[in-house]
Design a protein. Structure first.
Length: 283
DNA sequence: CTTGTACCCTGACCGC
DNA sequence: TGCGGTCAGGGTACAA
């Protein structure tokens, strides 16, 4: 999935145009787009006539807060999910789809003012879940803290990483420890903090916790300013690309000189995913 | 409890 | 041109 900065960019885009809109009808093009499986009819029926009161984000999850009772339509875009909003002048969304290359529409939400909210997802790893406010609150409580929150301290990161033996890179990807970090920003934060991604999470020193906390927040903030990292699949709403890919220092740079010490960046596989790091200055 | 692996799905790309 | 293998920014079920 796009990670925290990408999902927050999508949230801001959608909030600007969707808050206050009313869903008239929903069309799902694939049954497997519901995160819990099951029949689609109750899902689509329950969304008809609902107003989108607010767009929220928690970790990598989007939460459409629906009136009148605060039910939550949760959306996860995972690897290849994208949103777009077609104007009322293009009610089928045909022109917009052609323009931005949406060729795998999985869901369409018709709005009362004639606009159309489109969800496209080539691999269909993403999807939706409709739930009550209480169910969402319980689910959301299972996620770790928001790393960009004002009150997120190095001590909170240290507590999240705990005393485990798993590599710190893997621990950063665990949404229960800290929410919103994915493969790119885990690599980037560890690079900035000069910490070996293979180091057991429970063995970090106090100084390393402080460096990682600082690096994590800095890279997430900068990526958010750049509206995310568009390496291959991620796009913000209506096809807009992010710009932070130009500022990545380690991710995707295998063989290139480390910007700090010149040693070639190396790639290794952890938990089945690529990690990029400098073997010389990440101790 | 923690940790590791397989799997969901499709498309792009590379070497032969 | 075609084919097989590999990889992709995520999350979850399940086994050990």
């Amino acid at each position: 999935m796009p990670e925290l900065p990408e999902v927050e960019t999508i949230r801001r885009d959608l909030a600007a145009v969707l808050e206050g809109a009313t869903i008239v009808s929903v069309r799902l093009h694939h049954d497997d787009i519901l995160l819990d499986g099951g029949p689609t009819a109750p899902f689509t029926a329950a969304l008809a006539g609902r107003r989108i009161d607010a767009l929220e984000r928690r970790g990598k999850n989007l939460a459409f807060r629906l009136g009148p009772d605060g039910d939550v339509l949760q959306a996860q875009v995972r690897m290849t999910g994208r949103f777009a909003v077609a104007p009322a002048a293009d009610p089928s969304g045909k022109r917009l789809r052609a323009k931005i290359g949406f060729s795998h529409i999985a869901a369409e939400f018709e709005l009362a003012d004639g606009r159309l909210l489109l969800y496209d997802d080539v691999r269909r790893l993403g999807g939706f879940r409709l739930q009550s406010a209480a169910e969402w609150a319980a689910r959301e409580a299972g996620l770790g803290p928001e790393p960009l929150a004002d009150d997120y301290r190095a001590a909170d990161l240290a507590a999240g990483l705990g005393r485990g033996r798993a590599p710190v890179k893997n621990a950063l990807l665990d949404q229960r420890r800290v929410a919103g970090i994915g493969n790119i920003y885990a690599s980037e934060a560890l690079f900035r903090a000069r910490i070996d991604p293979r180091r057991p999470a429970g063995e970090l020193s106090g100084d390393q916790h402080r460096r990682l906390h600082r690096a994590l927040r800095a890279v997430l903030r900068e990526a958010l300013e750049g509206e995310g990292t568009s390496l291959r699949d991620y796009r913000a709403v209506n096809g807009r690309s992010g710009r932070f890919q130009e500022r990545l220092r380690a991710y995707g740079r295998e063989g290139e000189p480390c910007p700090r010490c010149g040693t070639p960046i190396e790639r290794l596989v952890q938990a089945g995913r690529s990690t990029f790091f400098c073997p010389a200055c990440q101790a």
